[in-house]
Design a protein around this ligand. Structure first.
Ligand SMILES: C=CC1=C(C)c2cc3[nH]c(cc4nc(cc5[nH]c(cc1n2)c(C)c5CCC(=O)O)C(CCC(=O)O)=C4C)c(C)c3C=C
Ligand SMILES: [Fe+2]
Ligand SMILES: [Fe+2]
Length: 333
């Protein structure tokens, strides 16, 4: 619509983009890990066992044993600026803010722990953001990640008399811009290795298998990402699921078992990528770069590299500008 020349300009409402990631402890010690795990593992979207049965197991067994073990793992990857997940997510928000300019307020929050989603939504509102895009940074939709992040945001909005207008970022597992960002990042990091990988392993965070049968699209979307990566890359791409938790059957094939099988099949030099994680974290830097590597070498593998997640790379910022720009259509010029 073209306005007549004497028409006063219509003020554009301020727009916010809230990047949301999973969350991480405030410190690599058992107390902070316990507080984080208590919140995370009490989420009904994550552990789908009736709370009456689950809470005694969580409080009586898991929270008395796991925090110490997990704290030790966090200590191995902790940085002077904090937990890697928080460091990379914060850097991503800052870089995206630079790229998107002052017309949009870009900030970041965590589903569990700090900075909390409610606190960041309140801060955006206080800055005058009347329209907010919630952007859970999960390429593959999962109720245990994407949905619970949105739930927490809507729970915070439920307490507001004057809510901002809200949009949510859809999954981007098959978006050409995501595949292009992964390809560019993988090609760049493979070229910098001191060896030529025989193959690539794409390792995704696991989920209980029953969630697939209940209709969660996470498994199918992860498989599609891998198919598109295979089409884009020159190297053979294998796929697996990591980070098992609890006694239920989880998605297969499992990452460490897959690495052992690949060695048996003759793969000696491997590069592992984790396309389901927007940012490097405990699950990539400790579980894969340290523990899975040890398994691969122990089985007779020779060279192992974990390639970084997209993090706050130029590829990531180009991707997020495209994804966010599309969702903000009609909200910004
Ligand atoms: C990227 C997608 C993720 C899915 C899907 C997911 C499901 C899921 N996770 C747990 C249990 C744990 N996950 C933990 C760490 C963790 N998980 C993700 C991502 C997904 N989880 C990330 C990014 C991280 C890293 C956090 C960090 O601080 O760096 C942990 C905590 C660490 C530990 O004690 O092992 C647990 C526990 C379940 C049960 C689940 C689905 C049902
Ligand atoms: Fe997890
Ligand atoms: Fe793990």
């Amino acid at each position: 619509m073209t306005l007549p020349p004497d028409h006063p300009a219509i003020p554009t409402p301020k727009v916010g983009v809230l990047l949301i990631n999973l969350g991480t402890p405030d410190a690599p010690d058992a107390g902070a890990v316990r507080r984080y795990l208590a919140e995370f593992l009490s989420d009904r979207r994550v552990v789908e066992i009736p709370q009456l049965l689950w809470q005694p197991i969580l409080r009586g067994v898991i929270l008395t044993t796991r925090p110490k073990k997990s704290a030790h793992a966090y200590q191995q990857v902790w940085t002077p600026d904090g937990s890697p997940l928080a460091v990379h997510t914060r850097a991503t928000a800052h870089a995206l803010q630079q790229a998107m300019g002052q017309g949009v307020v870009v900030d970041w929050a965590m589903r569990y722990g700090n900075p909390a989603i409610a606190e960041k939504l309140a801060a955006m509102k206080a800055q005058g953001c009347e329209r907010i895009l919630l952007a859970p940074l999960y390429p593959q939709y999962c109720a245990a990640t994407t949905a619970t992040a949105n739930d927490a945001a809507f729970a915070a909005l439920a307490a507001m008399r004057w809510q901002p207008a809200i949009r949510t970022l859809p999954p981007y597992h098959d978006d050409p811009a995501y595949i292009a960002a992964l390809k560019a990042s993988i090609d760049r990091h493979v070229a910098a290795l001191d060896f030529v990988p025989d193959a690539l392993l794409a390792s995704f965070h696991g989920m209980p298998e029953r969630t697939l049968h209940l209709g969660d699209p996470y498994h199918c979307q992860s498989v599609k990402t891998v198919r598109l990566l295979r089409e884009a890359l020159a190297l053979p791409v294998h796929m697996s699921f990591q980070s098992r938790f609890g006694r239920a059957k989880w998605l297969e094939p499992e990452t460490e078992a897959t690495l052992a099988r690949l060695v048996k099949d003759g793969v000696r030099n491997i590069a592992v990528v984790t396309p389901g994680f927007a940012a490097d974290c405990l699950e990539t830097l400790e579980e894969i770069a340290l523990r899975a590597k040890a398994v691969f070498l122990d089985q007779g593998g020779e060279k192992f590299a974990l390639l970084p997640c997209l993090n706050a790379s130029a590829e990531a910022i180009t991707l997020y500008q495209r994804l966010m720009g599309r969702e903000l259509s009609g909200w910004i010029d």
